[in-house]
Design a protein around this ligand. Structure first.
Ligand code: UD1
Length: 367
């Protein structure tokens, strides 16, 4: 039996925590791999970070770089500068990054330049829209990774088309779904539906935070026009991301939202509460990536308020419909779903709650 492999695992932003949690657990189950967790501090509010650590039983990170917010360049640069000495000190056998946030590319770049093997979990997803910061992070991280784990077939073929050697690529399933399966008890115990007085009521869950939707007043106001119509027919529960909240104030749209009687805007929710809320919703409207996957797994209709998705399996097999920002298109899709006209979908292959164990085994055995 060879000595344990030491893997430095990086998490920085809310969706990262959901992906890292099952990987850390799997290290304990599989054996032969020791994980050291680094939090970059890209997200730092308790409601965007600490609460997720507690709910998902993620141990406090050994290292917190505490970089915080900033422009893309300064945030990425700060993460790189503070990660480099940590990497030197820990001297791991590999660095593992997840997803597509600035922390992902920043730490990935530092690792490969130091000659340390790089592992990317959730590799190969492509929206083919290079105006999205996440798309740039995905393409670049994949180009420099040594081991790439994919959630769906489309990601495998994207990587092959980009010339990445087949032996580096593994279709392993979806670690987000591992978290969802593992959290079943906490989700069932959430009393959010009662707390928000939604028992037995028709409601929609809405999330919006993509720069393309909330960083332009015109686009954001256009979406609010549609939501104004929708909230006349069903309650819209809108846990607002800090970026979104700030834009509402900046663009003078907060009052408009406050004037919509059935729009229930609230702070970002914890994981258990949020998933519980989705479970009893008529549908979910979102521009998030992870939520497209979670709704597909749970068989809840999802309208994606973007022009594209990097997760096509959620459309091909799941419950997702990509409807963009055109009011007429959003409204007609909404009408159809409310009338019961939607596909219940199936769960994509390998989204079975065991992706992290498969990944850790491959990491342990691949040398
Ligand atoms: C980041 C990811 C995005 C992911 C999202 C999930 C990148 C490029 N984007 O976007 O892919 O879907 O996280 O939330 O990495 N803020 C707080 N408190 C926090 C964190 C952020 O108030 O704990 C505010 C700050 O004003 C900050 C803004 O939110 O400037 C944006 O945060 P940032 O980390 O830059 O990107 P997100 O929009 O969260």
């Amino acid at each position: 039996m060879h000595a344990s492999l030491r893997i430095l695992m990086v998490a920085g932003a809310r969706p990262n925590f959901l992906k890292i949690a099952p990987l850390l657990k799997a290290c304990g189950v599989v054996g032969g791999v020791e994980a050291v967790l680094v939090h970059t501090g890209q997200h730092y509010d308790d409601e965007m970070s600490g609460r997720f650590f507690r709910e998902l039983s993620i141990p406090s990170p050994e290292i917190n770089l505490g970089v915080g917010s900033g422009s893309h360049a300064s945030q990425t640069a700060e993460i790189m500068k503070s990660f480099e000495p940590v990497l030197e000190r820990i001297a791991p056998d590999a660095v593992l990054v997840v997803g597509d946030v600035n922390s992902t590319i920043a730490c990935g770049l530092v690792a490969v330049k130091a000659g340390v093997e790089l592992i990317h979990v959730e590799a190969g997803l492509r929206s083919f829209d290079r105006t999205m910061p996440e798309e740039i992070n995905r393409v670049l991280t994949d180009a420099i990774s040594d081991l790439l784990f994919c959630t769906e077939e489309s990601a495998v073929s994207n990587l092959r088309q980009e010339g990445i050697a087949s032996e580096k690529i593994h279709l392993a399933g979806n670690v987000m779904i591992d978290s969802l399966v593992g959290a079943a008890e906490g989700i069932a115990a959430s009393d959010i539906v009662r707390r928000l007085d939604l028992d037995g009521k028709d409601y929609v869950v809405l999330t919006l935070h993509r720069p393309a939707n909330v960083d332009s007043r015109e686009v954001f106001a256009g979406l609010l026009d549609v939501l104004e119509t929708i909230q006349r027919r069903a309650i819209v529960v809108f846990p607002a991301h800090p970026r979104t909240r700030r834009r509402l104030e900046e663009w003078n749209l907060a009052q408009r939202v406050a004037g919509m009687p059935n729009m229930l805007i609230c702070e970002p929710l914890g994981y258990f509460d949020f998933v519980r809320l989705m479970k009893s919703a008529r549908l979910v409207m979102t521009d998030s990536g992870g939520i497209q996957e979670e709704t597909t797994y749970m068989g809840i209709p999802c309208l994606t308020l973007r022009e594209n998705t990097e997760r096509p399996v959620t459309v091909e097999l799941g419950t997702n419909r990509v409807v963009g920002r055109d009011p007429a298109r959003i409204l007609s899709a909404w009408e159809e779903i409310m009338a019961g006209d939607f596909r219940h979908g199936t769960v994509p292959p390998l989204w079975d709650g065991h992706a992290a164990e498969r990944i850790v085994r491959i990491i342990r055995d691949h040398r």
